[in-house]
Design a protein around this ligand. Structure first.
Ligand code: MSP
Length: 501
């Protein structure tokens, strides 16, 4: 049996409520997880929260709460969010959990014993917002640091450093030999460009307790806590370890946003090498969403509230828009008009109308009883199924939706071409009507299976309206001819009701 497919999202800072960007990353990861299960693989899907570090500490202080109380309250909201998105995650990590903290400490001790760390004094410019030391190279031509770094202060302190530099050439070779390790390829090229044109500085992995106490204590020096990124990255392995009998490591895919590539494609591989662990198979990098062409920002009010959209339009409409609008890689732009237009055209008039008229006609003209098999749309359905299967293996979700919609459009065109409502008026055309009705109903069934990872609720509704028991969650069932003659379907009902706005 093949190894369980292990897929992760980044773990989000708990310093506010989830927004569109977080929802997007979780949905793509969920679709890939569901797609792999549909392909017959066993999957483990991990998401969770990054609770330590200065950002979270400051947010807690602003609310006059202890960091742990602050995190506990927000964690409940984030866990409810995961439910709202109907994610099929198998675990939810919080970095304040003992199972994670103990693993991080064991890792630190092991690396320290093996000589990967040293203590040194460092003077530098520190960005509180980005929790990172800046170098002269980070200065703008006018000598200042970019506003995105927030407040920058000069600090001199002793800290522990991880010897990254020693592994630079090894990492370059690894990325060159493994072209799919960082995907899409333009992100891989950025990483290679960075590695080839810069000398890697050693990574500061501690913070003095005197400055920041909200972190995992360094096991061999009580005056220090662990740098939040070292702590956070280790979640992928601490949770794999917590489920040791499943043999999860190495991960198959880490899904992350473009802003944290360096942590995942440079620091993390080197940390793993030092830990003696194999590298994840792939870092899959998605782009960032804007709204109306501008940065999403709470302070300017330029936001999309995923929960409000889901409450108004339904979860599947939200999932569909973000997946169909934006391929995994480039940046995207949310517009309310674009959302409504995809809802109406592709979901309402496309998929919804196809299913509703196909099943309603079967009900009206044949009392809901499936006629004998006919294969007129079989080739179109097989093509969509074959393409979808191949695209799922490549995590090409937008392309898979395009392929699936070629079947939706073909079947809708077939209704127009064959005009079943006319055939129904002519008793001599009864057999032709049977053929048309079979092709339409069976196309709907195949679509339910193909769409299942993307639109799980809609897919289940189509199956129920077809009167089928069991779940449409195995791609193998997207084979033409599944509907049996004589089977009676259920009740048709609109999938995407028209909305007047
Ligand atoms: N805590 C770190 C990740 C540690 S992973 C070991 C972090 N957290 S975050 O909350 O700032 O971001 C979490 C994820 O959300 C990142 O992958 C980030 O790229 C993604 N996004 C945040 N804003 C986004 C958009 N506007 N659009 C798309 N994704 C965005 O970084």
């Amino acid at each position: 049996m093949s190894k369980r497919f292990y897929i992760t999202t980044a773990i989000d800072y708990v310093n506010g409520q989830p927004h569109l960007g977080h929802a997007y990353e979780k949905i793509i990861t969920d679709v890939i997880a569901r797609a792999r299960r549909s392909l017959g693989q066993e999957v483990f899907f991990l998401t969770g929260l990054d609770e330590h570090g200065q950002k979270v500490h400051q947010a807690a202080q602003a609310e006059k709460k202890s960091p742990q109380d602050y995190c506990d309250a927000l964690a409940a909201d984030w866990q409810a969010f995961v439910k709202k998105l109907e994610l099929t995650n198998d675990d939810f990590v919080r970095t304040t959990q003992p199972r994670h903290k103990e693993f991080v400490q064991a890792t630190l001790s092991k690396l320290n014993d093996a000589g990967h760390f040293y203590k040194a004094s460092y003077t530098g410019y520190y960005s509180i917002k980005e929790e990172t030391f800046l170098t002269e190279k980070d200065r703008l031509p006018d000598g200042k640091f970019d506003a995105s770094y927030g407040e920058v202060v000069e600090l001199k302190e002793e800290n522990y450093f991880f010897k990254l530099g020693a592994h630079q050439q090894w990492l370059i070779d690894y990325i060159e030999e493994n072209p799919d390790f960082v995907t899409p390829s333009y992100r891989r090229n950025e990483v290679l460009g960075f590695l080839k044109n810069n000398t890697l500085e050693d990574l500061c992995i501690s913070r003095p307790v005197a400055r920041l106490n909200w972190g995992i204590p360094i096991p061999f020096d009580k005056d220090y806590v662990t740098f939040v990124w070292f702590d956070a990255l280790v979640n992928y392995t601490s949770i794999a370890h917590a489920h040791a009998r499943l043999g999860l490591w190495p991960a198959d895919i880490h899904v992350i946003g473009k802003d944290i590539v360096k942590f995942h494609a440079v620091y993390w591989p080197i940390m793993l090498k030092a830990m003696g662990l194999p590298l994840p198979k792939q870092i899959l990098v998605h782009g960032w969403w804007q709204k109306d062409g501008a940065k999403i920002s709470k302070s300017t009010g330029n936001v999309v509230d995923p929960i409000a959209v889901i409450n108004e339009w339904g979860l599947d409409a939200f999932r569909f828009y973000v997946l169909r609008e934006l391929d995994i890689g480039p940046d995207g732009n949310w517009t309310d008009a674009g959302f409504r237009s995809r809802y109406q055209a592709e979901l309402g008039n496309g998929l919804g109308n196809l299913v509703n008229r196909s099943l309603s006609m079967l009900k009206r003209y044949r009392n809901g009883v499936v006629p004998a098999r006919s294969n007129e749309l079989a080739a179109d359905a097989d093509k969509a199924a074959d393409e979808t299967r191949a695209l799922f293996k490549q995590s090409q979700l937008q392309a898979a939706l395009q392929s699936i919609w070629s079947l939706v459009n073909r079947a809708n065109k077939y209704v127009d071409e064959t005009a079943p409502f006319k055939l129904a008026k002519d008793p001599a055309q009864a057999q032709r009507l049977d053929e048309v009705l079979y092709n339409l109903a069976e196309s709907c069934r195949v679509l339910a299976v193909l769409l299942n990872p993307f639109l799980p609720g809609t897919s289940a509704k189509i199956y129920a309206q077809l009167g089928l028991t069991g779940a449409p969650d195995k791609l193998a069932d997207a084979t033409w001819g599944g509907l049996q003659a004589g089977h009676t379907i259920g009740e048709p009902a609109p999938l995407f009701p028209r909305k007047d706005v």
